[in-house]
Design a protein around this ligand. Structure first.
Ligand code: AGP
Length: 608
């Protein structure tokens, strides 16, 4: 998620832009830049690295005089972190400057069209396409050019735009990525997020989807994509800065749980084209996909848990043998990687030491390495042969939620692509699976709506000592993640167990009132798992079951049942994990733990 700021007023813009960007640093970024109109032309300064680099470059803004400007902190999605990929981006004559937060899904198609008309690109970003497309449509009327661009581009965008031949006006546009307008005594501002403007005003307008803000020093007007003027009410922000950074949520973890529908949609949609799975960044021909003899998945923690899920899906749908291992074991067990083995490294941060070591080892042994990573330009991303990025945006809370959900989507896409190429699913099955995939964001949204119900249940288990998560098949993989979430943020001991394995010892730990969370989403295993539920129930366990809507049979053997909406059996992890995340979150709060920064943990484990 990038940070956008803009200012127009009586003061010098650059210092205000730098200050606003500093209030957005918590969102994570890899480069920054500002552009200011000096009365004659738009001057720009931008650089890879922290804001400090930009402040030094511009002598805290002094080298960019002028009272209208835009600024940006970049969280790379397309194009590695670099000076040239930083925002703002110009058109060729440097008469139009743009900053952007979001993903232009059809940027390659538009880039090809513009290049065929003689446009020259200097960066690898999707954003630069917007600058040149504005130029392409601009005939002196900014609003007209902007609305034409909006009709042409697909994807998510929050834009700040300057036109050098229209220097008394700042333009802001929104589709899916957040953008606000702040009205202050000392001029008007735009920003991706409230913290950037709080120093100047608490009086903001929230720009809605497909709206354009046309802002001068004295005034602001709003239009829709048909250039019809809109009347909007301002809102008074009561949050303090800290609350504002969390978007009004109490913790980053809760905010990021609620960002899961968008993280899933942003990872999925750019890879669905005309009802087909298109993964351009895979860099594998159909022959290479057909030649895969085995897949070795290596990761740590929650990333490893998505790998366990991926095993069931890749074997089930693409009929490719899959082995999954934790990186800290893989790297020291002298593994065998035969000819034809594809190694997949999964990592949110892209910097986990064990996973990076496993990647290097696999490459030394001659295997092709595909990375599934959330941070563009991270070490694992740079060193892999190809990268399938999750576009969850920066994840601040140590306990992963939205990146985990985005990783699952990456696995589904891979499995469906491999299955299609290897002919292990029919056209009809494939389109049904894709339809189920497309419903996941709204289904997650719906499950997040159960928040209060789950909070009530969780409050009863704040003092729990031992909690068991059980399941079979993909339900076992979900149990792994449910158990880790509880442990890492509430410090309650918990174990995930293959449900059929309990009777081989661990069931001796079940006693009166022990909480057992049963994952029961795999229809062909219902009866087997229910028999395991009965085993623990008869030994006094309190059973919380998570199952598919309609499987009311399970209520007979459960003390509490949470239902998830229908989806394909391979995708249930994406839905069942939501109540488990919420359950752990509310227990952690109930125990007064530091939800976002749990004891002993780091967001990225860059040491062995
Ligand atoms: C997840 O909630 C944990 N914070 C942790 O297990 C994490 O998944 C693990 O350290 C791997 O991190 P990575 O995805 O950045 O490689």
């Amino acid at each position: 998620m990038c940070g956008i700021v803009g200012y127009i007023g009586e003061s010098q813009a650059a210092p205000i832009l730098l200050d606003g960007l500093s209030k957005l640093e918590y969102r994570g970024y890899d480069s920054a830049g500002i552009a200011v109109y000096d009365g004659d032309k738009i001057n720009m300064s931008k650089a890879k690295g922290r804001l400090k680099v930009l402040s030094e470059l511009t002598h805290d803004g002094a080298t960019l005089p002028g009272s209208i400007g835009i600024g940006h902190t970049r969280w790379a999605t397309h194009g590695a972190p670099s000076d040239v990929n930083s925002h703002p981006h110009f058109n060729e004559s440097q008469s139009i400057a743009v900053v952007h937060n979001g993903i232009i899904e059809n940027y390659l198609k538009i880039k090809k069209m513009l290049e065929s008309k003689g446009y020259k690109f200097v960066s690898d970003t999707d954003t630069e396409v917007v600058a040149h497309l504005l130029d392409y449509y601009y005939k002196g009327n900014p609003l007209e050019a902007i609305t034409k661009v909006m009709h042409r581009v697909e994807g998510s965008y929050a834009l700040g735009i300057l036109f050098s031949d229209n220097p008394d006006t700042l333009y802001a546009v929104r589709k899916d990525s957040p953008l606000i307008v702040g009205k202050s005594e000392n001029g008007n501002l735009i920003a991706s997020d409230v913290p950037a403007v709080l120093k100047y005003t608490r009086n903001v307008y929230f720009i809605e989807n497909e709206e354009i803000a046309v802002i001068t020093k004295e005034d602001m007007k709003f239009y829709n994509v048909y250039e019809e003027e809109l009347q909007k009410e301002s809102v008074k922000i009561e949050w303090d800065v800290e609350a504002a950074e969390k978007g009004g949520y109490e913790h980053f973890m809760l905010k990021e749980m609620y960002e899961q529908p968008k993280a899933v949609a942003d990872t999925l949609n750019p890879r669905l084209k005309d009802g087909k799975i298109v993964i351009e960044e895979l860099n594998m021909t159909e022959e290479e996909i057909k030649a895969i003899k085995k897949i070795m998945i290596v990761a740590c923690g929650s990333a490893y848990h998505t790998g366990v899920t991926a095993k069931y899906i890749l074997e089930g749908l693409a009929r490719i043998p899959v082995e999954v291992d934790v990186a800290s074991e893989f790297r020291y067990r002298n593994p065998i990687l035969e000819e034809g083995t594809l190694v997949i490294i999964i990592s949110q941060s892209g910097e986990t030491a064990d996973s990076l070591a496993a990647l290097r080892m696999a490459k030394e042994m001659g295997s092709k390495v595909l990375a599934i990573v959330n941070v563009v330009g991270s070490s694992i991303a740079r060193e892999a042969d190809s990268v399938l990025y999750t576009w969850a945006g920066p994840e601040i809370a140590v306990a992963t939620t939205k990146a985990y959900s985005a990783q699952l989507i990456a696995h589904y896409l891979l499995a469906l692509k491999f299955a299609e190429v290897r002919g292990t699913v029919s056209e009809e099955e494939l389109s049904e699976l894709i339809e189920d995939l497309k419903r996941i964001p709204e289904q997650i949204e719906m499950l997040l709506g159960n928040r209060e119900k789950i909070q009530k249940f969780a409050n009863r288990y704040v003092a729990a000592r031992d909690v068991f998560f059980i399941g079979r098949g993909i339900d076992y993989a979900i149990s792994l993640e449910g158990s880790l979430k509880l442990k890492e943020i509430s410090y309650i001991h918990s174990e995930a167990y293959a449900a059929g394995e309990l009777k081989h010892g661990t069931i001796s730990l079940i006693e009166d009132g022990t909480l057992v969370v049963a994952l029961v989403t795999q229809e062909e295993l219902y009866k087997k798992t229910i028999s395991n539920v009965v085993e623990v129930k008869t030994r006094g366990a309190f059973v919380l079951s998570v199952t598919n809507t309609g499987n009311t049979e399970i209520e007979k053997n459960s003390d509490y049942t949470i239902y998830i909406p229908h989806t394909n059996k391979y995708f249930t992890n994406s839905l069942a994990v939501i109540p488990l995340q919420l359950f752990s979150y509310y227990i952690s709060i109930g125990r007064g733990c530091d939800v976002d920064k749990p004891r002993n943990l780091a967001k990225s484990v860059t040491v062995e």
